[in-house]
Design a binder for this molecule. Structure first.
Ligand code: ASP
Length: 378
């Protein structure tokens, strides 16, 4: 008789099966990763189809998906929605539109406005919501990949709204979802430092409402950390939808707008100039879009090395800017707009927040095809 113990054989066998399974899983994951890397390289204009269904946006991931017709349509839907829900009957109608749907808000990067705005937008349409805001209390702590977590959420809901710190992760989730048998739409609530399409949507809606529908021909100054601010990047993309727009990028040279956006503007014949002269730049603007320094993206404390005091708007500037201009900010603000500016009728940042809720509700209704019901409501 050999002296090999039976239980040892069992352990070896289990180990082989386990390792074999793991190897198979790893090689499968590697091939998915390879496919993803290939997909990521495709220019956005060529892959929009992948994120659309029946001729309409399915996953809202990039500002480049929002063309002029869609924007004008969403503005109309948002305008009607905010009007009809002023009374109980209209609110009851809106609340019934999607009361059979559920959504998951997966916001694992700090957020106040975008989270609350989407939460309330869902509730206006009657959608039931669930949320995860911290990966340390989800199964990601047990080693579940963020990709598997997203797949899990999709088992329970009809829509995922997502903010994630990893660049391109929201797009990757939508790409993965679309390969499954039960895909659900994904809306990008801010991804890394690259895109924040629904912020751009509410920014352009704010311009539309402030200028009585006339966005063409306006000069927009964007100020602050243009290099790492995703809102100014996404808003810049939307400029291609309007005629004779002019952009003034005002920033310290360390935080100048990235070349890919400048190339985009050149390709679309959108005029722009860059300056570090704040007072001169804001003088001719119809809209002054202030932003904060995005120091969460610092690698070596670079924000502390730059003096931004010359890029802040205070009460003294108010009589130097155009009388009919507007002041915007995606918020949160720090010292770049002093509180004395808040009472000026041109300060639009609080309204911007509210506009966000309505236009996000309009976007969700559009993705699920109940936008026309809103427009028809009498
Ligand atoms: N709230 C905006 C964002 O999420 C702007 C900011 O944080 O500065 O990108």
């Amino acid at each position: 008789m050999s002296n090999i113990n039976l239980s040892e054989i069992k352990v070896i066998k289990i180990d082989i099966i386990f390792k074999g399974g793991l190897m198979e899983r790893n090689s499968l994951m590697k091939s998915v990763e390879k496919d993803w890397e290939k997909f990521l390289l495709i220019p956005i204009s060529e892959k929009l189809q992948y994120f659309s269904r029946d001729g309409r946006i399915y996953d809202c991931l990039f500002a480049q998906q929002l063309d002029r017709d869609i924007l004008t349509h969403l503005f109309k839907v948002a305008d009607v929605l905010r009007k009809i829900t002023k009374n109980k009957e209209g609110m009851r109608f809106a609340n019934g539109l999607m009361s059979h749907k559920r959504s998951m808000l997966y916001f694992v990067q700090p957020s106040t406005r975008t989270f609350l705005s989407f939460l309330n937008a869902c509730h206006i349409l009657g959608i039931k919501t669930g949320e995860i805001r911290d990966t340390s209390i989800s199964s990601e702590l047990k080693g579940e990949t963020p990709e598997d977590s997203v797949r899990t959420f999709s088992s329970y809901v009809d829509l995922i709204i997502m903010r994630h710190p990893l660049p391109n992760f929201v797009e990757k989730s939508a790409w993965l979802m679309n390969k499954t048998k039960r895909p659900v739409p994904i809306i990008n609530g801010g991804s890394g430092k690259d895109q924040h399409p629904t912020q751009a949507l509410l920014d352009i809606y704010t311009l539309y409402r402030s200028f009585n529908g006339e966005i063409d021909g306006k000069t927009i100054a964007m100020v602050g950390d243009l290099k790492r601010g995703r809102t100014v990047r996404s808003l810049s993309y939307l400029m291609k939808n309007y005629r004779n727009m002019k952009l003034i990028y005002i920033s310290p040279k360390e935080f100048a707008m990235e070349k890919d956006i400048l190339d985009f503007l050149k390709r679309h014949n959108i005029s722009y100039y860059e300056t570090d002269n704040f007072e001169e730049g804001i003088r001719e603007a119809d809209a002054i879009y202030m932003t904060r320094i995005q120091d969460e993206h610092d690698k070596n404390g670079e924000s502390n090395k730059v003096d931004i005091s010359a890029f802040c708007l205070n009460g003294n500037h108010l009589n130097k800017i155009k009388k009919d201009s507007i002041i915007m900010h995606p918020l949160p603000r720090r010292q770049e707009i002093s509180v004395e500016v808040d009472d000026d009728p041109r300060a639009m940042y609080w309204r911007q927040e509210r506009n966000g809720m309505w236009v996000r509700a309009a976007l969700i209704s559009y993705i699920f095809g109940c936008d026309e019901d809103i427009l028809k409501y009498k």
